[in-house]
Design a binder for this molecule. Structure first.
Ligand code: ASP
Length: 337
């Protein structure tokens, strides 16, 4: 009998394979019967992999920009930064950077992190008035001995590095916040299509992997709240020997399970990206089922050194965009419940 889970997985695989020249996810999302034949933890020399870029939600401009950087010979690190900057600068995207929804006090606070193929990492959280937190995170990685700067300290550092302060609250986001204040119900909506955290992973022409993650966090959060997105291992993790993973959705659960690190470590142990994403999601469901509202969503994306990818979410509605070489395609993620 085809279980619901298998049905969605199979639908996903079939739609993936149809009409694209992309490497099939069927290599990464294997059938239950094939699980026993998982590769060992010895990855050996990986076969040549097409440059690959994958991003949460339908962030097509970000993915195209990242691939453009890779095609002109850039590092995956340059690609992921340039890619997510597209989303950070877009006032229409109300969950990232400029135009992001504010916290309960009407203040836009941003979280971001970046990780390169050497295991270097940089991060900023609770940063205000800087349009490109991802570039500040990269500076933290490159010019300080630290990994993470927060709030006022992060802002002072950014200004010192030549970033300009600007008002990030757009009229649309301000008006929505004014509306929200009328009954002030805190109801995170994590599935607002095209309007959510961007996590972006890339493999460059040398086969190296980097990742970036940037967000304005949950709308109308408590002032001072920081989510998973800037936490190395939670919202993003990259290990160039294995692969990379990123997360979107309710950050608290991702933090409590160190989700992206978990996905990468599961891949290190021999799981495909698809299986690793599924296990990370299922672990959250098992542990925190009682705390989940119908709106509750978490989505993981992963790629490994072979260029295989995986995606999995708690409920329907998570989607992502994948580009290999010059071909890109949007997908609906399979989901658990
Ligand atoms: N993960 C983000 C956070 O918790 C929000 C999101 O992806 O929707 O801040």
């Amino acid at each position: 009998m085809v279980t619901r889970r298998k049905f969605f997985r199979n639908t996903f695989l079939a739609s993936f394979a149809m009409g694209t020249g992309l490497t099939s996810c069927s290599q990464s999302a294997q059938s239950e019967d094939q699980k026993d034949n998982q590769p060992s933890t010895d990855f050996g020399t990986p076969p040549p992999v097409l440059p690959t870029v994958i991003a949460t939600w339908k962030n097509e401009k970000a993915v195209a920009k990242a691939m453009q950087v890779i095609e002109s010979g850039g590092r995956a690190l340059d690609a992921v930064e340039a890619g997510v900057k597209e989303t950070e600068a877009d006032p229409e995207d109300q969950s990232v950077g400029y135009g992001g929804r504010p916290d309960r006090d009407g203040i836009v606070t941003l979280d971001a992190c970046i990780m390169d193929e050497k295991g270097n990492a940089g991060s900023v959280c609770f940063l205000q008035n800087i349009k490109h937190p991802i570039s500040v995170a990269r500076k933290v990685m490159e010019v300080t001995p630290h990994v993470m700067l927060c709030g006022e300290g992060a802002l002072a550092f950014a200004l010192e590095q030549g970033f300009q302060e600007e008002d990030l609250l757009t009229e649309t986001s301000r008006q929505e916040w004014e509306e929200w204040k009328k009954d002030s119900k805190y109801e995170p909506k994590a599935n607002i299509e095209r309007h959510d955290t961007i996590g972006l992973l890339a493999i460059d022409q040398q086969g190296h992997i980097s990742g970036a993650c940037t967000t304005s966090g949950m709308a109308y959060k408590l002032h001072g709240r920081v989510g998973d997105s800037p936490i190395i291992g939670a919202g993003l993790y990259v290990d160039d020997e294995v692969g990379g993973a990123c997360a979107t959705g309710v950050g608290e659960m991702v933090m409590k399970t160190l989700g992206s690190f978990l996905v990468v470590e599961l891949m290190r142990l021999g799981k495909s990206p698809q299986e690793a994403c599924e296990e990370a999601v299922n672990r959250i469901i098992k542990k925190y089922k009682d705390q989940m509202t119908p709106e509750f969503q978490i989505g993981y994306l992963a790629i490994n050194k072979r260029g295989e990818h995986g995606a999995y979410a708690v409920v329907e509605g998570f989607n992502f965009i994948l580009q290999k070489g010059d071909k890109s395609r949007e997908f609906e993620s399979p989901f658990a419940i």
